[in-house]
Design a protein around this ligand. Structure first.
Ligand code: MSP
Length: 472
């Protein structure tokens, strides 16, 4: 494999289709889109592969389908279409949308596991434990609060005892630890990496890779009475995708797996164990961002605080929602979202900030009947490059907004409308250069606004546009 490859392969988790997407899913996907758009500019359109999709097997999905009187496949079709609809509304530029019910994936999973079985890395054993169907995962006693896991306070754990097939994760955890220490692949942010290291050092159990009581899943090739554990099926999507879609093989290994901290363990140990066992090169970076609450509470259907991204997009527009999500809290830490704060931020940063700036400059140009000869800028400013290379899209967008605020202040100080014609022309040229640079820097974050600004300020005769972000 070519280490110096110019390719960038970025993934989001594939989301469960038990329910429609909410703002938490939108957050990760928007962030992944920012990276994909950024690297397309840096590395070229064809050197980026941005993958997202849906995780469709398992009891969590089967139970929801049943509650809606639909077959799991019909239900999965409906919800995965919902995901596609929302991503379109948010201008998510994914290259492929993965579905684990794709028959080509099912075959790849079966072959993959058969290979591990033939190599002796899989064995049969009895397992008894407390299971959270929300997480599709077993929990140990020290992780349990009031008979629930930390992420699903309304889903009681159930005791399950089954005879399953197990993967020798314990054996491979030593090799994974070694790779982490060698920094062959990175877990970020560092606090998360330390948590994972601590957990591995505390001892790792082998992991069950099949279920006997779950019919909605991929059959194990050597024992048709069992289906593949939904997490194993799901993790392999990242690998399958490079085999299923044409000309994607060159993208292995993944450059960046994005997710929240809830599923880091699967991504930073289980996934690597499965890859090492089949001698496949490990991903480069696993980045787990924080988990956010809404007005201090967990996002939950029972609490009725689920925010539908479509409702927000209809209210504010896609770029505004992207902006609010990206800039609301630091990437990597937990945070809280409130619709009131959203509105405040919309008015101050978008309507008054960038909206006002565009209107002021365009109006000056229009009044002067200015002859514009500027052409769009074609590279990112050093601040953007620095923050993006440090996995801080939130800081990158903040640096753009600091420039916008400074710019608005400078115009107030310059009082260009008082300048004589030639001096004003000089100023406007400077302003336009600056705003075109801001527009270029904005593209990964607010693609529509970026395009609009570039259009306005590349015209020979600049006209004041209709308000881009009307006050709310
Ligand atoms: N299907 C698994 C993932 C398999 S990937 C091989 C799964 N799906 S999920 O639908 O539950 O999505 C979990 C992910 O959604 C989180 O890791 C995160 O990316 C995103 N989020 C869901 N709720 C969120 C918050 N409240 N805050 C931040 N991110 C959130 O797990």
């Amino acid at each position: 494999m070519n280490k110096k490859s110019n390719n960038f392969y970025i993934t989001t988790p594939i989301y469960y289709v038990n329910d429609k997407p909410h703002i938490g899913h939108a957050y990760t996907t928007v962030m992944a889109d920012v990276f994909a758009r950024y690297y397309r500019k840096i590395k070229g359109e064809n050197n980026v592969f941005f993958l997202t999709g849906t995780d469709e097997h398992g009891n969590k999905v089967a139970n929801s389908a049943k509650a809606h009187n639909l077959s799991p496949q019909e239900f999965a079709n409906n919800i995965s279409n919902e995901y596609k609809k929302v991503w379109k509304k948010l201008d998510i530029s994914y290259d492929e949308f993965f579905r684990t019910t794709d028959p080509s994936h099912e075959k790849i999973v079966q072959d993959y596991l058969q290979q591990l079985y033939d190599k002796g890395f899989i064995y049969k054993a009895k397992y008894k434990g407390l299971y959270c169907v929300g997480c599709e995962n077993f929990f140990l006693s020290d992780e349990i609060i009031n008979n629930t896991c930390a992420y699903h306070p309304n889903t009681l754990l159930v005791e399950q005892e089954e005879e399953n097939y197990f993967f020798k994760l314990k054996d491979f955890s030593v090799f994974v630890l070694n790779e982490i220490n060698k920094q062959t692949y990175e877990i970020l942010p560092t606090e998360r990496k330390n948590e994972i290291l601590g957990k591995i050092n505390n001892g790792v159990n082998d992991i069950s890779i099949s279920r006997s009581g779950v019919s909605w899943g991929i059959q194990l090739p050597w024992d048709k009475s069992q289906t593949v554990y939904v997490w194993i099926d799901a993790l392999l999507n990242y690998y399958s995708a490079t085999k299923i879609y044409s000309e994607k093989e060159k993208f292995w290994p993944p450059s960046l797996h994005l997710m929240a901290k809830d599923i880091l363990w699967f991504h930073s140990l289980v996934w690597e164990g499965l890859l090492l066992a089949n001698k496949i090169e490990l991903p480069k970076v696993i980045f787990a961002h924080g988990f956010f609450t809404i007005n201090g509470q967990k996002i939950s259907k029972t609490l009725g605080n689920v925010i539908d991204p479509l409702v927000l997009v209809n209210e504010y527009g896609s770029d505004a929602v992207r902006y609010l999500l990206i800039s609301s809290f630091s990437f990597g830490n937990d945070g809280d979202i409130s619709l009131e704060k959203f509105k405040e931020k919309y008015n101050s940063d978008l309507a008054n900030g960038i909206g006002n700036l565009i209107a002021r400059i365009a109006k000056l140009c229009e009044t002067l009947d200015f002859n514009n000869t500027n052409i769009p800028v074609n590279n990112f400013s050093s601040d953007i490059v620095k923050h993006m290379s440090q996995y801080r899209p939130d800081e990158a967008i903040k640096s753009v907004w600091r420039r916008i605020a400074d710019f608005n202040r400078i115009i107030g100080k310059d009082k260009p409308w008082k300048l004589e014609k030639n001096k004003l022309k000089e100023k406007l040229n400077l302003y336009i250069k600056k705003i075109l640079s801001i527009a270029f820097d904005m593209e990964p974050f607010l693609p529509k606004t970026s395009e609009v600004i570039q259009k306005i300020f590349s015209q020979e005769k600049i006209k004041k546009p209709d308000s881009i972000f009307p006050r709310k």
